[in-house]
Design a protein around this ligand. Structure first.
Ligand code: NAI
Length: 338
């Protein structure tokens, strides 16, 4: 299972293929935090999918304008904006996929965990609403710290008696996208065919690209492996510093979020062999949540493909990340139960 199949290669033409069709073919997708730096370009990409019949855009402000703007695009998805608490329920009603990029992003010098105090509450209230209104929807969390916001959402769903571990995802696709790009730059592999699984979590050392499993396979010197791993782990910070106070990755994250959503939509429609990495409830390690390649199907996760065989460097990095990742998971669970 040492592979990650590129799920969304035909990125914008998605849906024009003839899959054997089951129920969700024309799915309603809602984006919570849709007026933000990620939310807007993500919604733009989603608007182009023929697998989406309704695009419901929710934020605490500005969604009416964003929705009016997107609604003029000549594609099938009907776009509607919802603003503020009183319209959240209507936004979520009937959604098959809920994507959450709501919350504050990092500024230079901040870690993702520094966002916890603000974003934990946002993740909690939005997942509370989704668990009540559309408990069967796939819930895809982008809001950081993902290592804690996903455990928060799982606790909320459990408390409300509707938790289905196959349907809760922390979106770590950007780490895979970055790994593929950087490997291709370094090794000259074709970028659209380079595939690197990334396991663990989504913050600093908890991000672990499995360079030993890259396809097409590449040889790395120890020094290359070390520096490439560190670059992938700190790639978000590269963007935060380059934006110098203007926020964190938004455009590449929108691409990654759309790639993940399209993979889910394809799988929900019966496509086979759709594999993406995501941070999910897991028994691959002793950690309750962990990202590995997942086989996706009509009901979300069909099989966890595990992490395959690690080389010594990766095994050591895995052991090194565990205390931090386990702490972030526990922090989320504690917050949700306070
Ligand atoms: P942003 O500040 O540009 O947008 C956030 C949006 O969320 C704003 O429009 C804001 O009004 C909205 N919002 C705040 N509270 C809300 C609530 N209770 N309900 C609905 N909407 C609410 O931030 P940006 O750059 O879009 O980042 C969003 C989040 O995504 C951050 O937490 C950031 O750290 C995270 N992120 C995650 C990545 C990943 O790989 N998973 C990559 C990059 C960013």
């Amino acid at each position: 299972a040492n592979f990650v199949r590129r799920a969304a290669c035909n990125f914008l033409n998605i849906g024009s293929r003839n899959f054997s069709v089951s129920a969700p073919r024309h799915a309603k997708v809602s984006v919570l935090g849709a007026a933000g730096g990620i939310g807007q370009p993500l919604s733009l990409l989603l608007k182009q999918s023929t697998l989406i019949s309704e695009l419901a855009l929710y934020d605490v402000a500005n969604t009416v304008g964003v929705a009016a703007d997107l609604s003029h695009i000549e594609s099938a998805a009907q776009v509607k904006g919802y603003v503020g608490d009183s319209q959240l329920e209507e936004c979520l009603q009937g959604s098959k996929i809920v994507i959450i990029p709501a919350g504050v992003p990092r500024k230079p010098g901040m870690t993702r965990d520094d966002l916890f105090n603000i974003n934990a509450g946002i993740a909690m209230s939005l997942s509370e609403a989704a668990s009540k209104v559309c408990p069967d929807a796939m819930l895809c969390i982008i809001s950081n710290p993902v290592n804690s916001t996903v455990p928060i959402a799982s606790e909320v769903y459990k408390k409300n008696g509707v938790f289905d571990p196959r349907k809760l995802f922390g979106v770590t696709t950007l780490d895979v996208v970055r790994a593929n790009t950087f490997i291709s730059e370094l090794k000259g592999t074709p970028v659209t065919q380079t595939q690197c699984p990334v396991i663990g979590g989504h913050a600093g050392v908890t991000i672990l690209p499995l360079l030993s499993q890259v396809e097409p396979s590449c040889d790395f010197t120890d020094q290359e492996r070390e520096s490439l791993t560190v670059r992938i782990q700190n790639a978000g910070t590269e963007v935060v510093e380059a934006k110098a106070g203007g926020g964190s990755a938004t455009l590449s994250m929108a691409y990654a979020g759309a790639r993940f959503a399209f993979a889910l939509l394809q799988a929900m429609n019966g496509a086979k062999n759709v594999v993406e990495c995501s941070f999910v409830e897991s028994d691959v390690t002793e950690l309750q949540f962990f990202s590995t390649p997942l086989l996706l199907g009509p009901n979300g996760i069909e099989a966890n493909l595990g992490m395959g065989t690690l080389i010594d460097f990766e095994q050591e990095a895995l052991e090194k990340m565990k205390p931090e990742l386990s702490g972030s998971i526990a922090k989320g669970i504690k917050f949700a139960n306070k």
